[in-house]
Design a protein. Structure first.
Length: 385
């Protein structure tokens, strides 16, 4: 029973420790610990914090043929009539490239982040560790940049930080130089690929055209005919003329048989001429068509197919040439470049840390916390009373 009572008393003391501590923090001591001391520490840190300067530039992606058919105005130069989604996508792509490890590698070769941000004095929060890993270096680099795209003007606003105004400006200049080089190389690469594809298609079309032409020439040489279609039309006209003569001779023969004997020389001559004409007509018809053999109708069908393939190959070759010329024109018209609207600025005053903003925000938060604690103390005093 004594052990149980002691344990109970210990638990009561533990539960009463927290209210007793709050009651001891009343009045001036609470204000000192909750407001004065934190604000003093924050103020000391802000006074000793490493100043960070900001350099700002404004750029816009422009296309070579964008304003070729439009009036050249200041608005078109800065992109105030920015409605081309392709150029907006290019700006977004450029923004991603600025934050990429590839850009960090180029910056490191020309700027050396460890040298520029490795000595921040007592401001350890913004100092770049000497043994920082690649991931930590990339994260630190991204936090030193601020990129914002303006939908109204189509401009990309690039802000870079530095411990000195010259360092911030130098970093911004490197970013603009490498961004312009990247955009120029990318657009030229796309243009070269389009030209190469158009040339390959043209070469294939030219090869197909040559093969179709050679097949037609072999066919003509084999059958010893230039155009069987025209030859067939000529043969048809000749047969029609012979059939007309046949009808005339048959009429003449009927007329002779009316007043001459059947064995008269004139009738025999007319019969022989008519028979020879009929044989000639059958022979010409046999040349045009027959169940088997190298006849003109079969030759015409083969010629028509080969000629159609040649015409089709010719049309494809013309289309390929047009595509090649269009690709050549577009390759120059679609070249994109980086237009610098505002060059990197050289700061005269440090933008960070924002001492006034931090002190005011911290004071408001600490006042709110102090008021909450005072309310809690009042509730506890009222409870014990």
């Amino acid at each position: 029973m004594m052990l149980t009572s002691a344990s109970h008393n210990t638990g009561q003391r533990t539960m009463s420790d927290t209210p007793a501590l709050l009651l001891r923090l009343r009045g001036k001591s609470l204000t000192l610990w909750c407001i004065v001391l934190p604000l003093t520490l924050l103020g000391v840190y802000l006074l000793l914090a490493q100043p960070r300067y900001v350099s700002e530039s404004r750029i816009v992606v422009k296309q070579a043929g964008q304003a070729s058919n439009a009036e050249l105005t200041l608005g078109s130069l800065i992109g105030s009539s920015f409605s081309n989604s392709t150029l907006r996508d290019d700006a977004m792509l450029l923004q991603e490239y600025l934050l990429s490890p590839d850009m960090l590698y180029l910056v490191q070769q020309q700027f050396n982040l460890h040298h520029a941000f490795g000595n921040a004095g007592v401001d350890w929060f913004y100092q770049l560790p000497a043994d920082a890993s690649r991931e930590q270096l990339l994260d630190y680099y991204r936090h030193r940049l601020s990129l914002r795209f303006d939908d109204k003007t189509g401009m990309l606003i690039v802000r870079s930080e530095g411990f000195t105004p010259a360092a911030a400006k130098h970093l911004n200049q490197i970013l603009l130089k490498e961004s312009g080089r990247f955009l120029n190389e990318l657009s030229h690469k796309i243009a070269r690929e389009e030209m190469q594809f158009a040339r390959q298609e043209t070469d294939h079309a030219y090869l197909a055209l040559g093969q179709a032409r050679e097949r037609l020439l072999r066919f003509q040489n084999q059958h010893r005919v230039i155009n069987p279609i025209e030859q067939g039309l000529a043969a048809s006209r000749m047969i029609a003329e012979m059939e007309t003569r046949q009808a005339q001779q048959e009429a003449e023969l009927d007329n002779l048989q009316r007043y001459l004997q059947a064995d008269a020389p004139q009738i025999e001559a007319a019969r022989h001429a008519l028979s020879a004409l009929k044989q000639q007509i059958e022979k010409e018809k046999a040349k045009l068509s027959a169940p088997s053999g190298d006849r003109l109708n079969r030759t015409t069908a083969e010629y028509t197919e080969l000629k159609g393939r040649l015409d089709f190959a010719t049309d494809l070759y013309k289309l390929a040439l047009n595509s090649l010329e269009k690709a050549r024109v577009d390759s120059g018209r679609n070249i994109k470049s980086l237009a610098v609207i505002a060059t990197p600025s050289l700061a005269e005053e440090a933008e960070y840390p924002q001492r006034g903003w931090w002190l005011i925000s911290a004071a408001l938060v600490l006042l709110l916390l102090c008021g909450t604690l005072k309310l809690a103390i009042a509730i506890i005093e009222d409870h014990y009373t």
